[in-house]
Design a protein around this ligand. Structure first.
Ligand code: BGC
Length: 723
């Protein structure tokens, strides 16, 4: 962390000397206002507690005037006048919503990831917020887990790039600036590996998996000086993260060098009792403080439990002071002592708001992944005169927000119906939902199917409700809920009989298991939850105003039984290749995914050829340039995304079959070619040896370049690493 200004260091020292125990514990407490609900409701705070210094921080407060009033109470009416941290889940936008994080990850574009965080920070700061509970960095390889929607997907490499971009975006160049927020990297660590994808369930992963898969994104956030980290609700091999001194004090603070604030998850300190590691709030508070948690989010355990824990000698006054110092240091870094009201004062001009919506439309469109496109069903022909717009997500503006909507109004979101009407003003758009998102009612199917007759195309908008992913939304059957399959089958049958193309769009927070739909729809798109401009963004893609460019950041399985399925698996001693029964495969399902990591089509038709490396051998200090010729043989201008993978051919520890090391993009007009060059710093190829220490082993590495993690689509080269 950057050093404090001398006057801030002095101020903090003096404050700590003057503070009563209650005032200190107040600084270690964050209570929930009731403007938005993100956890079980706990007895509301009283403004008197802010005045008396018992509450030093708030969350879930929305609106500049409310934030200013609370800040005023703390600054002008409490004895020591210490300003509040005011935190909120600014996950993918604040008032203007961008695509949900998993959808946005499909851009594979760190500058845009940073830009949307910057814009979200500006908007939230204008509402008096100074802390964002983001970025969420939990790698997930299990689509059953609802929170997959909030994170970077399956790849630790994407997790790192996203962490850097988002911290940069939220915190800006200067954390004290009136439009910067303290970012909170969460949830440390391994939450994405909950048993069987079941929310809040136990996590039990090896040290190696922790270090290789789950920690790198947090290490990247710490390198970027993330202001705060939130421990996960979950336990790791039996030790709840909120009480995990080994993970928090040793791995995070000592090994990674994190010296910012640790803020507990919602009520997580009290939940140590439910975990079964604390008998009461006193023990729970002592365990969390001992582990290094600075701020107690809403449980009240620090306020109630720490005085007794101190008396009993379970924790020391020095530990309390250490946590208070960290909280006050963050407040100083945020510039709150100098001007506690600066953030709420940043007015948002109408121009800035409009510009942000334009960005939301562009990013929304770029987040959409075209999974299949038979016979060039898309883009819709210019001559489209009649469109059957069907399905429960066709006119569902509020659902477009996805599971975290912060301060976004439900009616400020553009539905598909609205977007398509605007994009195709001459066309007749016949709309019916047919079925609800969930539920058993099939009575609307027949009428919906009728609309296909005479239509040029049927557009089926299917998927999950916004609240079917996110926190507390694990699904054992991650397919289409309710009677949507029945609707889709009926539409496919009718449209098929009349040779009408069926374009299916999936709005969802996770990959859905829909092999039957992928096989039969003329085109299939994964739209995630594209944010406030959803309908316009989708229309831009469907009408061909933009060529799709999103690539899935997570493998789509064909069957629940394949989960976890991800590109970075190890090969096993009996990989799938050999003929014969004794191989690592299912007897009743293919090993292949429905769609591999990185998959996504465009309206161009790209070929890659002539992979070359600037050098065939290299040492740790070298950077190798990997170049490939790209040609657009299609009929439309489009952007191709190219992934750079590596495969260590031999290493002391069995290597993953693919490791991601880079991504590049190139936009080409029809019939043109270009050269895409990716840079590979060789040091990046290090792995963790048998002792878990980083090592760059000499030997051959296969360099693989292509449009997705599908092995068959990759061009291969070879690099010899020498010591
Ligand atoms: C979630 C966190 C969130 C917090 C505050 C919790 O339930 O796990 O991700 O930041 O609530 O809303």
């Amino acid at each position: 962390m950057r050093t404090l200004k001398p006057q801030d260091a002095r101020r903090i020292g003096t404050l700590i000397e003057r503070m009563s125990l209650t005032e200190k514990l107040g600084q270690l407490t964050m209570m929930a206002a009731s403007h938005t609900v993100t956890g079980p409701q706990i007895a509301g705070h009283s403004t008197d507690d802010i005045r008396s210094g018992r509450i030093g921080n708030l969350l879930n407060l929305i609106g500049a005037s409310a934030a200013r009033e609370m800040q005023r109470l703390a600054v002008e009416e409490s004895r020591l006048g210490i300003p509040l941290l005011i935190g909120l889940d600014v996950i993918h936008g604040h008032r203007t919503l961008f695509p949900t994080p998993l959808a946005e990850a499909a851009l594979f574009d760190p500058d845009t990831w940073a830009l949307t965080a910057r814009e979200a920070a500006r908007e939230a700061a204008a509402d008096g917020i100074n802390m964002a509970f983001a970025p969420m960095l939990d790698v997930s390889r299990d689509p059953r887990w609802g929170r997959t929607v909030e994170g970077p997907g399956e790849s630790p490499w994407v997790g790192q790039w996203l962490a850097e971009a988002k911290v940069r975006g939220f915190q800006g160049a200067d954390l004290a600036a009136a439009d910067s927020l303290a970012a909170v990297a969460k949830h440390f660590c391994g939450y994405g590996a909950v048993t069987a994808g079941r929310e809040y369930a136990s996590v039990d992963v090896s040290d190696r998996t922790l270090l290789e898969v789950h920690m790198p994104a947090f290490a990247a956030a710490v390198r970027c000086e993330v202001a705060a980290v939130m421990p996960a609700f979950t336990d790791l091999a039996g030790i709840p993260m909120t009480a995990h001194a080994g993970m928090l004090r040793e791995r995070l603070r000592r090994d990674l060098g994190f010296d910012g604030v640790l803020v507990s998850d919602y009520n997580a300190i009290a939940e140590l009792i439910q975990h079964g590691v604390a008998a009461d709030l006193i023990e729970a508070a002592a365990l969390a403080l001992e582990a290094g948690v600075d701020i107690d989010m809403v449980s009240g355990a620090y306020l109630k439990g720490l005085p007794v824990a101190l008396e009993r000698g379970l924790v020391s006054a020095a530990q309390v002071d250490e946590a208070v110092r960290r909280v006050l240091t963050l407040k100083a870094r945020l510039g709150l002592f100098e001007d506690p009201y600066a953030r709420g004062r940043v007015a948002q001009s109408a121009g800035a708001v409009a510009q942000r919506r334009r960005l939301a439309r562009e990013v929304g469109a770029r987040s959409i992944v075209l999974l299949s496109n038979r016979d060039n069903a898309l883009p819709l022909p210019g001559a489209t005169r009649r469109l059957a717009l069907l399905g429960p997500l066709a006119d569902a503006p509020a659902e477009m927000r996805g599971p975290w909507w912060c301060a976004a109004e439900p009616d400020a979101q553009v539905s598909v119906l609205e977007g398509m009407r605007a994009a195709l003003p001459q066309a007749q758009i016949l709309h019916a939902s047919g079925v609800d998102i969930a539920g058993d009612d099939e009575s609307g199917i027949a009428a919906a199917v009728e609309l296909c007759d005479g239509a040029d195309a049927a557009l089926l908008c299917l998927g999950e409700a916004a609240t079917m992913s996110g926190e507390a939304a694990s699904r054992a059957h991650p397919g289409l809920p309710g009677r949507q399959r029945e609707l889709a089958e009926a539409v496919l049958a009718r449209a098929g009989a009349r040779s009408i193309p069926v374009i299916a769009v999936l709005f969802c927070g996770r990959p859905l298991i829909v092999p039957w739909l992928a096989e039969r729809a003329s085109a299939l798109l994964a739209a995630g939850f594209p944010g406030c401009e959803a309908g316009h963004a989708l229309a831009d893609i469907l009408t061909g105003r933009l060529s799709p460019s999103g690539r899935t950041p997570i493998t789509w399985p064909r069957a629940v039984g394949q989960i976890p399925l991800y590109f970075g698996q190890r090969s096993s001693g009996r990989p799938t290749d050999p003929i014969g029964p004794f191989a690592s495969r299912y007897i009743d399902e293919s090993n292949e995914p429905l769609f591999p990591f990185g998959h996504g089509l465009t309206y161009g038709r790209f070929t890659l050829a002539n992979l070359r490396l600037s050098s065939q051998s290299a040492t740790a200090s070298d950077t190798v340039e990997v170049a490939v010729d790209v040609e657009n043989r299609g009929g439309r201008r489009a952007q191709e995304t190219v992934f750079l993978f590596a495969r260590r051919l031999k290493s002391r520890v069995a290597p993953p079959v693919l490791e991601l090391h880079g991504v590049g993009k190139i936009t080409l007009d029809p019939g043109t070619r270009g050269i895409l060059t990716l840079r590979l710093p060789v040091a990046q190829l290090h792995s963790l040896g048998p002792d878990l220490a980083p090592v760059l082993e000499p030997g051959a590495v296969e360099i693989l370049v292509g449009p997705s993690a599908d092995r068959g689509s990759l061009l291969a080269g070879r690099l010899e690493i020498s010591a």
